[in-house]
Structure formats: structure tokens, C-alpha cells
Design a protein around this ligand. Structure first.
Ligand code: PLP
Length: 389
């Protein structure tokens, strides 16, 4: 099993790259170097140098993922980014925000919270799972758009179900109705070929600590040029009344939301450089090989567990999820971890009592690990059946 430069404990079958990623040792070493630099003179680093250092990383991220560097704001996590967009909207009573039932729970909660503060509401578009065609996603979301829809939040890769949604089609449909979109691409950078500008969304959110393997706390939002003057961070700090004219207010406000550790962002180039060394064609090859492993895992799990395909292969990146028989997701997750040493998410979805499990495929995974999972699931599902009867 591949070990260095990954740090998972010996004997653990780690099939959940999706939740928080995994940071290889050389990237953590780079982060530590940066932390030591801060401590040599925190004032110089954080006051005099930080903006310039963030600009350099913005250039790297923009070039990799097809985004205008001036629109890139670094945030600690996607939830912060989504809350920032929602807090920046001026909603009126009766307005609607459309989300989907595959959306990330935290972001759907945020949509409901910010909507309800203004007498607006969140409308949930239901998308089938298993699914046969990406056009079903577009049709479901479009059917939920109405004259009062102000915003649609659509995941690029869904968290509970691991589906690649047709986000460019959905953004086009929303834009044609003058509706802004947030594409929640938390999983997309480092998993999918990505050209953020061509998707055309008013806001594109990405995490860099997941599939780019940066230290935890590295995420970004790209705001389209025509929305940058109204877009503000969820935390208001010094930038709000800055008299400076050398940088945009957007950059001034997002680059400083209070004292925090900027090293997760500053270590992103080191993470990308390391991923590039893993395959002759760099990150492109890493993404291709991860997807191939995910598809092999999917075939194996379908065969061993007698499962139906969850979606067309075209909707799969490096995550694969399947519905499970109804039951307690927390207990099953714990048994898989404690009895079988497998770390795999079992999530309540689409409603409590119902559940799905999801596997990830990253460089450190090998096909035998999914065989181990299939065998463990057969044991545990049989145990649950026996307990019920
Ligand atoms: C679709 C999606 N959005 C957002 C997030 C980010 O979550 P957080 O802000 O808690 O890091 C995740 C994490 O798994 C996700 O899958």
C-alpha cells in the first residue's frame, strides 16, 4: 500500500479523502517553514508581506483553474464563502433561493438562514438518485426557478452522492432568467479538469485542502467582475473603511478578516508542485488515474454487493456513492471503523433513517481496499438483518 508521503495510521483503510483531504508530509513541512518565517517577525510577514504573497498564490490558482486572479478571494472553507455571498445579497420578503437535495447540508442551512432573515425562503429541488442522465439535474433545477428566484446554489460534485452535476448548463439556464448562481465546487479543484471562467457563474467556490491536498483551511471563492463591488466577506474587518486606493475593496476586505493563520493558502503552490511529480503529465494524470480507480471501485462494489449503477460513468469523478438499506448510519460507520479499520463515510441521506455510503479514490488507495470494504459491508449488513428479524 502506498505510504510516504501520506500520513495515515498503519492498518487504516482510508476511503474518505472527500471529507477533509489528506496533506502529504512535504506540504506540511512547507507550511511549517512558513509558520517559522511568521514568528521571526509577525508584523513584517502579516502587515508588509502577506498581500504580495497571497497575490502570488492567486496567480498560481487562477492559472491552474481558469480563474481571473483579481476575482479570487481566499477563505478558510467553502461554508465561509457561501455565507459571504448570502450575507451580501439584499433579499426581500417572498424572494427565493434554490438549492438541491444533494447540496452540502451546511450550505443548505446557510441558504435557509439568510433567506428567512429577510422573509425569503429556500426552495429545494429534488434530484433523483440513482440517476440515469445529467439532464435530469438540469430539468429539476430549472423547474424550481421562478419569478422570485434570486440565487441558485448548485454543487459541482455533490457531497453525499458524489455526482458531477452539469453546472455549466444550469448556470446558462439561470443566467437566461437573470438569476445568479453559486457553484459549490468544494470537490472540483484537483478532481476534475476545471476552467472556472467558462462556467460563467457569478460565484464559484472551491476547496484546496481536499483534492489539491493543501493544508486544512485553504479554500477560495471566485467572484465574477460584475459582482465584486457588492460581494463582501461574512466577517467585516479593517477593509470596510480603508482609504487605500492601490487595491480593490474586494481584495482589502477578503485578504484580512481578522488575525488568522495564512499558511494553508501560502502552501498551496507546494501542494500543486508535489501532485505534479506523481504522474508524467502532472495533475492531469493524477486526476485521470484517481477517476480510473474510482470507476474500478464502483464496478467491484456493484459486483460484490449486487448494487445498481448510481449514475452514468460521465457523472463520476473520484467519488462514488451508493444507497444502502435503511438503518442507522452512525452505528454502521462506527462498526466499519472500529471492527474493520475502514474509514468510510456512511451518511444520512436524503432523510434521517435512509443512508448512503461513499468511497473516494486518491493516490494512496489501491483496489484491494475496496474489496476489504465490500467484505466488511456484507458482514455488517447481514448482522443488521439478523438483528432486525
Ligand atoms: C459540496 C460541499 N460543499 C462544501 C463543503 C465544505 O465544507 P466546510 O465548509 O465545512 O469545509 C463540502 C465538504 O465536504 C462539500 O462537499
Amino acid at each position: 500500500m502506498p505510504k510516504f508521503p501520506w500520513l495515515h495510521e498503519d492498518g487504516l483503510v482510508f476511503l474518505n479523502h472527500g471529507s477533509f483531504g489528506a496533506t502529504p508530509l512535504p506540504v506540511l513541512e512547507r507550511q511549517n517553514e512558513l509558520r517559522l518565517q511568521i514568528e521571526r517577525d509577525p508584523i513584517r510577514f502579516l502587515i508588509d508581506e502577506l498581500e504580495g504573497r497571497l497575490d502570488e498564490v492567486r496567480g498560481v490558482v487562477g492559472a491552474r483553474f481558469g480563474a481571473d486572479p483579481d476575482g479570487i478571494a481566499f477563505v478558510p472553507n467553502p461554508t465561509f464563502a457561501v455565507n459571504s455571498v448570502l450575507a451580501s445579497l439584499r433579499l426581500s420578503p417572498g424572494d427565493e433561493i434554490v438549492v438541491t437535495d444533494h447540496g452540502y447540508n451546511a450550505c443548505n442551512n446557510a441558504a435557509k438562514h439568510w433567506a428567512e432573515r429577510s422573509g425569503a425562503k429556500a426552495v429545494v429541488a429534488e434530484v433523483p438518485f440513482p440517476i440515469r442522465d445529467p439532464a435530469e439535474v438540469t430539468a429539476s433545477v430549472v423547474a424550481a426557478l421562478g419569478p422570485r428566484t434570486r440565487l441558485v446554489i448548485i454543487d459541482h460534485v455533490t457531497s453525499p452522492t458524489g455526482l458531477v452535476f452539469p453546472v455549466a448548463d444550469i448556470v446558462r439556464e439561470a443566467e437566461a432568467r437573470n438569476i445568479d448562481a453559486i457553484v459549490d465546487g468544494a470537490h472540483a479543484p484537483g478532481m476534475l479538469p476545471l476552467d472556472i471562467s467558462s462556467i460563467g457563474a457569478a460565484y464559484y467556490v472551491g476547496a484546496l485542502h481536499k483534492w489539491v491536498c493543501a493544508p486544512k483551511g485553504a479554500s477560495f471563492v471566485v467572484t465574477r467582475a460584475d459582482r465584486r463591488t457588492s460581494m463582501r466577506p461574512a466577517i467585516i474587518s479593517h477593509g470596510a473603511n480603508s482609504m487605500r486606493t492601490d487595491r480593490s475593496r474586494y481584495a482589502l476586505e477578503f485578504d484580512w478578516t481578522g488575525t488568522m493563520d495564512p499558511t494553508p493558502f501560502l502552501a498551496v503552490p507546494a501542494a500543486l508542485e508535489l501532485l505534479d511529480t506523481f504522474c508524467p503529465d502532472g495533475l492531469t494524470g493524477v486526476m485521470r488515474e484517481n477517476r480510473e480507480l474510482a470507476l474500478a471501485a464502483r464496478a467491484l462494489l456493484m459486483d460484490r454487493l449486487g448494487l445498481e449503477p448510481p449514475c452514468p460513468e460521465s457523472m463520476t469523478g473520484s467519488l462514488v456513492a451508493f444507497p444502502l438499506p435503511d438503518g442507522d448510519p452512525v452505528k454502521l460507520h462506527r462498526r466499519l471503523r472500529d471492527e474493520h479499520h475502514i474509514q468510510v463515510p456512511v451518511m444520512p441521506w436524503p432523510a434521517p433513517g435512509r443512508r448512503v455510503f461513499r468511497v473516494s479514490a486518491q493516490r494512496y488507495n489501491v483496489i484491494d481496499q475496496y474489496e476489504t470494504l465490500a467484505a466488511a459491508l456484507l458482514v455488517e449488513l447481514e448482522r443488521e438483518r439478523a438483528q432486525r428479524s
